[in-house]
Design a protein around this ligand. Structure first.
Ligand code: UDP
Length: 335
């Protein structure tokens, strides 16, 4: 049985759907702070609760034969983390510490942890592989890097097996259009561009056009949520098969797109012109983050199967099929 922490969120819900389709027994713990009950596959056991709730998590580990934990339950916004670092360190670090401690107490010795390319900070190389130095430049990146350090220390001391996946920019949706990205407020580039083109806002902002990049806007590497889920499936298979697993992998498409290029691809797919407004840089945004995913390709046989257009098309299908998201009237608006 697999415990999916944060299984009601954007990435977690896609993971749960795939695990169920592959015949795994899944239990989801999610406090629904940013997730949705409706996003969770109905064949999964759902517990509304907090991963930092030691009493609850100990009970889950006592009641269910959990072999592996997949941990998606975190906050992930750079800007918010700068304004409210308490929230990030409490949720992403302290609560994860509690979860890890309960795992160790109950001899649950395998984890797949959702980390981020934000651990690298200002990229010193054009393409980042896993040996690039970790100098996170915002509290979000630091909170994830701290957990990576907890996990590696617990591996050394208690034999915790781990796969840490450093996600680049995740986008797209399941092709069923039944689950997708539904953040409130929405801050990510592809969703914001599409919601603007859907008529939910009067412009799309380009945060900074004076970065040291070809067109002056930031470069990111975008990965389809279903390719990311597949990286977890392969990690899971390795953890189930082997002992003493301690792996860190980048998961990205190995291609950089600038903010301006992304908006233009969104325009092309939707067939509408966007009202683009250049604004000041967002605090904590590195100019460029592009992955080398060579390690996971070579060691696990993973490869990205979707291109950027697929991500935008599937996200657009999700938005147009679910104009109110999971039923929220605040969908796509800042609150
Ligand atoms: N961005 C933008 N306009 C938006 C949202 C994001 O220009 O409405 C930029 C942002 O400054 C960054 C890139 O797009 O350079 C990706 O941002 P996003 O929030 O999607 O992901 P992040 O890289 O912060 O995880």
């Amino acid at each position: 049985m697999i415990l999916v922490a944060g299984g009601a969120g954007y990435i977690g819900s896609h993971m749960v759907k795939t695990l169920i389709s592959k015949g795994f027994d899944v239990i989801v713990v999610d406090n629904l702070s940013t997730g949705y009950r409706e996003a969770v596959d109905e064949k999964a056991i759902f517990i509304e609760g907090d991963i930092g709730d030691v009493f609850l998590i100990n009970k889950v580990f006592t009641m269910f034969p959990i072999q592996i934990v997949m941990h998606f339950a975190a906050h992930g916004l750079v800007g918010e983390s700068i304004i409210n670092p308490l929230k990030y360190y409490e949720n992403n670090v302290v609560k994860t510490f509690n979860l890890l401690k309960s795992m160790i107490t109950h001899n649950v010795s395998k984890i797949i942890f959702s980390s981020t390319c934000a651990t690298y900070g200002l990229a010193e190389k054009d393409i980042l592989d896993e040996t690039a130095p970790n100098h996170p430049v915002n509290p979000y990146g630091r909170s994830k890097y701290m957990v990576e350090q907890l996990i590696t220390d617990f591996e050394a001391a208690y034999g915790l097996n781990y796969v840490i996946l450093r996600y680049f920019n995740v986008a797209g949706a399941d092709n069923s259009a039944q689950i997708g990205e539904n953040h409130i407020p929405e801050t990510h580039l592809i969703p914001n561009s599409l919601l603007h083109l859907l008529g939910r806002s009067d412009h799309i902002a380009v945060f900074g056009d004076d970065f040291p990049t070809a067109d002056g806007s930031c470069i990111r590497d975008y990965i389809h949520v279903l390719d990311l889920v597949q990286a977890h499936v392969l990690s899971l298979q390795m953890l189930l098969k082997h002992h003493s697993v301690k792996k860190i992998y980048n998961v990205g498409n190995e291609k950089g797109y600038s903010v301006k290029q992304i908006i233009s691809i969104c325009e092309k797919i939707v067939g509408k012109k966007a009202n683009i407004v250049v604004k000041e840089r967002r605090k904590g945004d590195p100019p460029s983050l592009v992955a080398s995913s060579q390690k996971i390709r070579e060691e696990l046989g993973w490869k990205a199967t979707y291109v950027l257009e697929d991500m935008v098309r599937s996200a657009w299908l999700w938005y147009t099929s679910n104009p109110d998201g999971y039923g929220s009237s605040n969908y796509g608006k800042d609150i």
